[in-house]
Design a protein around this ligand. Structure first.
Ligand SMILES: [Zn+2]
Length: 354
């Protein structure tokens, strides 16, 4: 989901992400009802981790196609799936832009991250997004430790940052098939890298990876990724070479992994190979809604594909989807162009310079 929901002109004027750079909206794609759109797809694989088989990929993409058609009335076609490695993909990121953006990474691996800055960053993001304490806390409460309710958004942000770091630490103990931790010294897990890829020459609208995306940032952390310990399932973010102004990165790890930590976040759900692919495709339609229509998040409105999954309970989420109860235009978040991807024109300039 849009981990980086930086919404509306007011935020742009206020200097979203707090660095005073020049932020602009990507334009709204013009897509007629019943139109057919094509997405270029690549699979970026970490060889240390389980991946979807070709058969599972077919199920995943067919499931996404069906869900998009049923809920948004558009025919999505996917190109043949290319293959790449994460290292090769990250090599597309313009070095100067990456150097700038790396400053926003909370370094949880070395333990030198600034906890107070993390909490302040969450508070800034929630404030920018107009989050109401009561609603935000109500959404997260079932998944938080029992503590006195926070009285301010800042107290809530401090609670979220503590929970996020504790749970991110739990992800560090999850092992890959080779017995070594899934989260190793590589930056493959870092959301910031994936979120910066679109400033390079990325020839895809959909990148599917088997990598666990778990990290902490001083910017753009929202409630649902915080309570998962910094895990993202997918994100739709700016891409300069996409005709939709954005691209999707999508992780199959939360669907394929059956470690205790993952299963706990799924509320005990475990999936067969087929159901994992099916659910991953259904939930991918959520990102395609961001990509093609720039929909927002109608939080808690369970009939809507655009309502984010709670923790990693994909089966429970998918059973509540009802396209008839959540048509396009039915809610502010379901309006076309509700949340355009934003880009930083300074970074774009840097990307073009040697
Ligand atoms: Zn989303």
């Amino acid at each position: 989901m849009l981990k980086h929901l930086c919404v509306a002109v007011a935020i742009l004027l206020a200097g979203c992400k707090g660095d005073g750079n020049v932020w602009r909206n990507a334009s709204v794609p013009v897509i007629q009802p019943g139109a057919t759109v094509q997405l270029r797809v690549v699979q970026a694989t970490n060889p240390r981790l389980a991946r979807m088989s070709p058969q599972q990929m077919r199920i995943l993409l067919a499931s996404a196609q069906k869900t998009v058609k049923e809920n948004f009335g558009v025919n999505v076609e996917f190109t043949q799936v290319d293959e790449t490695g994460i290292e090769r993909l990250f090599a597309l990121i313009p070095p100067r832009v990456l150097a700038e953006r790396k400053q926003s990474i909370y370094d949880f691996k070395s333990g030198i991250g600034d906890k107070q800055k993390l909490a302040a960053g969450i508070n800034a993001t929630l404030t920018e997004r107009g989050t109401k304490l009561e609603q935000g806390y109500g959404y997260a409460k079932p998944y938080l430790p029992e503590v006195p309710p926070p009285k301010t958004l800042m107290e809530f942000s401090e609670l979220l940052s503590r929970v996020m770091l504790e749970r991110l630490d739990n992800w560090r103990s999850v092992k890959a098939a080779d017995g070594a931790p899934v989260l190793d010294a590589s930056p493959y897990n870092e959301w910031i890298y994936w979120d910066t890829l679109g400033y390079g020459k990325l020839p895809y609208e959909l990148v599917i990876t088997n990598q666990l995306l778990a990290s902490a940032e001083y910017v753009d952390v929202d409630i649902h990724s915080a309570i998962r310990g910094g895990v993202s399932v997918g994100t739709t973010t700016y891409s300069r070479d996409s005709k939709f102004g954005a691209y999707i990165f999508w992780s199959t790890f939360p669907f394929l992994d059956n470690s205790e930590n993952t299963v706990q976040m799924r509320g005990g759900e475990t999936y067969s190979a087929e159901e994992a692919a099916q659910l991953s495709g259904t939930y991918l339609a959520h990102e395609i809604g961001h990509l093609l229509f720039q929909f927002g998040h109608p939080f808690g409105q369970k009939s809507c594909v655009m309502s984010p999954v709670r923790m990693l309970r994909f089966r429970a989420w998918s059973r509540q989807i009802d396209s008839a109860a959540c048509p396009i235009g039915s809610r502010p978040e379901m309006s076309v162009g509700a949340v355009p991807p934003i880009f930083n024109s300074n970074w774009l300039r840097m990307a073009g310079e040697p």
